[in-house]
Design a protein around this ligand. Structure first.
Ligand SMILES: NC(=O)c1ccc[n+]([C@@H]2O[C@H](COP(=O)([O-])OP(=O)(O)OC[C@H]3O[C@@H](n4cnc5c(N)ncnc54)[C@H](O)[C@@H]3O)[C@@H](O)[C@H]2O)c1
Length: 363
C-alpha cells in the first residue's frame, strides 16, 4: 500500500466551528478517498481549561493559547481559522505569509480592505473559505439542474436566512453583537451565506439597494437586513436575513424561478428540494418534493445509500473532501479567498447602500 502524506493541522478556535471542523478532519478520510492522512497537531483558543477538554474529546495532540506562535510552526501544514471575524485577517495573513495552507471561516473579513489584503496574501498558497452550504448535496444538485437548463432563463432569485438567536436578552455581550469583533450583525453572519449561494447558483450581482435595522437600542451591529438585487444575467432578487426571525431555527431558504420552472430549498429540510417543471403538460404541473440522497445525486458515492439522509456535519466533511481532492490534483478549489472577497464586496455595498439609502453598482 502506498504511504499517504500526512498533513498536520493547527486549528485556531475551540467553539462551535472548532467542533464542526474537528469532526470534518476526523471524518474526511472515511468518506473521501484521499492521498493524505490528517494529523490533528494543535488546537488554539483562549480558555486553557476548555482547551484541554476539547483536545481530549477530539484528540488534538497539543493545545496553545498563542496563535502567533502556532501559525508559523514548521510542523504545521494547514492553519484553520475558526475564531471571531475580526481575527480572520491577522491570523490568515500570518499563516499565508508562513507558507501554510489556509482555511478560513466566513465572512472572510470584517472590512473590504482586510478581505483584499487576505486574498492578496493567500494568492500563493492553497486556500478555502468555509461557505459549507455549497456542499449540501441538494444545493449541489440544484446547481447541476440550473447548468443543464432545467430552469431556462432565470427571472427571480428570492432568499432569506432567518434565526431567532437575537431574541434573547443574554446575547448582547457576545462577540457576534459587537462591531469591533464581528464587523456586522446578521449581514456578515447570515447574509454572507445567502450572497455566496446566490453568486454560486445565479452568477454575479450587478446592483443592489439595501436596508438594515437594529432592534436593540445602543447595539452597534445590524439585527436584520433586506436587499433588492439585480444580477448580471438579467434576473432580479430579494435577500433577507435576521436574528429576530422568531419561529425559525436555521432557516436558510431560496427559491429560483425561470422560464421552464421553479426550484426551492430550505436548510431545515436539507435532504429535499422542490421542483416545479413548467415544461410538463399543464394538467401535470405541480411542485414535486425530491429526496436528494441518490440515485444520481451529488455525494451519493461518499455518504450513505439512497434514502439515508445526511446532516449539517456532512457539509463540512464534503467541503474539506473536495478541497483535499483538488489539492492532490493541483486543481483550483472554490470557494476560495477570491470568492470570499467577492462576497465581501457585496457585503460592503449593502452597508454603503443602507447608509446612503441609494442603489450601489458593483463592477
Ligand atoms: N460556516 C458556518 O456555517 C458557520 C457557522 C457558525 C459560525 N461560523 C463562523 O465561524 C467563526 C467562529 O464562530 P463560532 O460560532 O465557532 O464562534 P464561538 O464563539 O463558538 O467560538 C469562537 C472561538 O474563538 C476562540 N478565540 C477567540 N479569540 C481568540 C484568540 N485571540 N486566540 C485564539 N482563540 C480565540 C474562542 O476561544 C472560541 O473558542 C466566525 O467567523 C463565524 O462567522 C461559520
Amino acid at each position: 500500500m502506498t504511504k499517504k502524506q500526512t498533513l498536520t493541522v493547527a486549528m485556531i478556535g475551540q467553539g462551535f466551528m472548532g467542533r464542526a471542523h474537528s469532526n470534518a478532519f476526523h471524518q474526511v478520510g472515511h468518506f473521501f478517498d484521499l492521498p493524505y492522512e490528517i494529523g490533528l497537531k494543535v488546537i488554539c483558543g483562549r480558555n486553557p481549561d476548555k482547551l484541554a477538554a476539547m483536545a481530549s474529546q477530539w484528540q488534538w495532540e497539543e493545545v496553545s493559547t498563542d496563535w502567533q506562535k502556532v501559525v508559523s510552526r514548521p510542523d504545521v501544514d494547514i492553519v484553520d481559522v475558526a475564531v471571531p471575524n475580526v481575527l480572520h485577517a491577522p491570523i490568515a495573513i500570518a499563516a499565508a505569509q508562513a507558507g501554510k495552507i489556509v482555511l478560513c471561516e466566513k465572512p472572510l473579513a470584517t472590512s473590504l480592505a482586510d478581505a483584499q489584503r487576505m486574498a492578496q496574501a493567500a494568492h500563493s498558497v492553497p486556500n478555502l473559505v468555509w461557505f459549507n452550504y455549497r456542499r449540501v448535496p441538494a444545493i449541489a444538485f440544484i446547481k447541476r439542474l440550473i447548468a443543464e437548463g432545467k430552469l431556462g432563463q432565470i427571472f427571480h432569485y428570492r432568499a432569506n436566512y432567518m434565526n431567532q438567536s437575537g431574541n434573547s436578552s443574554g446575547k448582547s455581550t457576545a462577540w457576534r453583537y459587537q462591531k469591533d469583533e464581528a464587523g456586522s450583525g446578521a449581514l456578515g453572519d447570515l447574509l454572507s451565506h445567502v450572497i455566496d449561494l446566490s453568486i454560486y447558483l445565479n452568477g454575479p450581482i450587478s446592483q443592489l439597494n439595501a436596508m438594515t435595522n437594529t432592534f436593540v437600542p445602543g447595539r452597534d451591529v445590524d439585527d436584520a437586513v433586506s436587499t433588492l438585487v439585480r444580477f448580471s444575467n438579467g434576473s432580479v432578487g430579494t435577500f433577507e436575513a435576521s436574528r429576530y426571525g422568531v419561529g425559525c431555527r436555521n432557516r436558510n431558504t431560496f427559491e429560483i424561478q425561470g422560464s421552464k420552472g421553479r426550484l426551492s430549498f430550505n436548510l431545515e429540510d436539507m435532504n429535499h428540494i422542490e421542483f416545479y417543471d413548467a415544461t410538463l403538460p399543464g394538467n401535470l404541473q405541480g411542485n414535486s418534493k425530491i429526496l436528494v440522497t441518490g440515485p444520481d445525486h451529488p455525494y451519493e458515492e461518499n455518504f450513505w445509500k439512497p434514502g439515508h439522509g445526511i446532516g449539517y456535519e456532512h457539509t463540512f466533511i464534503a467541503t474539506l473532501g473536495d478541497f483535499l481532492t483538488s489539492l492532490s490534483r493541483k486543481e483550483a478549489f472554490h470557494p476560495n479567498f477570491e470568492d470570499g472577497l467577492l462576497v465581501q464586496k457585496v457585503l460592503d455595498a449593502v452597508e454603503k447602500s443602507a447608509q446612503s439609502r441609494s442603489w450601489i453598482s458593483l463592477s
